[in-house]
Design a protein around this ligand. Structure first.
Ligand code: SF4
Length: 85
């Protein structure tokens, strides 16, 4: 379990995902949308499943769905994909 890992999305994009566990309230919407990318641990905090097979669109949707903005996603060039500008 990690709160900062790189994953390969279903569409072959390398992503760097960070979860701020201090912000996570265990709402689980991230996991519902991308169950292969996000899980919920014993302390009701999200973690990242490192061998992701969800597609980029769903992973971004997961980040957007987070009520506390706890998820940050960057591409392999360091561009921030979420939160949006
Ligand atoms: S949606 Fe946000 S608050 Fe909810 S479990 Fe995922 S990271 Fe945590």
């Amino acid at each position: 379990m990690s709160n900062k890992v790189s994953v390969l999305s279903k569409d072959g994009k390398k992503l760097f995902i960070t979860i701020d566990k201090n912000e996570c309230i265990g709402a689980a919407s991230c996991m519902v949308i991308s169950p292969n990318t996000f899980g919920i641990d014993d302390e009701s905090k999200a973690y990242i499943v490192s061998d992701s097979v969800d597609d980029l669109e769903h992973i971004i949707e997961s980040a957007k769905s987070c009520p506390t903005g706890a998820i940050t996603i960057k591409d392999e060039d360091g561009n921030i994909l979420w939160p949006g500008t």
